[in-house]
Design a protein around this ligand. Structure first.
Ligand code: ZN
Length: 143
């Protein structure tokens, strides 16, 4: 069965080779936000002939076709996720590297109104939050 991403690629008119199919499956099945090396690790576990260069080229192609999104979590490594219709943002725990996805209607309205006040129609935006976990009260009273 073709992965969701593969179907999207076909719809966008991309020629799908076996290796592109494997890479699209890896990206479709990812529940995290892998970088290129990690995608290569997972793809080559399925098909060892897939080179890192092929992964780079394919991801670039997918990105240009807007079927995947490139994310910047502030550590100099590009992360990727399947382009999704459910709009969401990311909070990055800078201690553990954990990434929490969230949505916030109030914030979505706010950015529309900021653009509108400045005389613009919003066509896109980027937002990542970076944080460290709050110490729990129990930890504090112990120390
Ligand atoms: Zn995400």
């Amino acid at each position: 069965m073709p992965s969701r991403l593969e179907e999207l690629c076909v719809k966008k008119g991309l020629k799908m080779t076996d290796q592109r199919r494997v890479i699209s499956r890896v990206l479709s099945e990812a529940t995290d936000h892998p970088d290129v090396e990690e995608v290569h690790r997972r793809a080559s576990a399925i098909d060892p002939r897939i080179s890192i260069a092929t992964v780079y080229r394919t991801m670039r192609l997918f990105e240009e076709a807007h079927v995947i999104d490139r994310l910047d979590f502030g550590d100099g490594r590009a992360r990727y996720e399947e382009a999704r219709t459910d709009h969401h943002h990311h909070l990055i725990d800078v201690d553990s590297g954990e990434v929490i996805e969230f949505t916030n209607d109030e914030m979505e309205r706010l950015k529309e109104s900021i653009a509108s006040e400045l005389g613009y129609d919003l066509i896109g935006h980027r937002l990542e939050l970076y944080g460290v976990p709050r110490k729990r009260r129990a930890d504090k009273s112990e120390s």
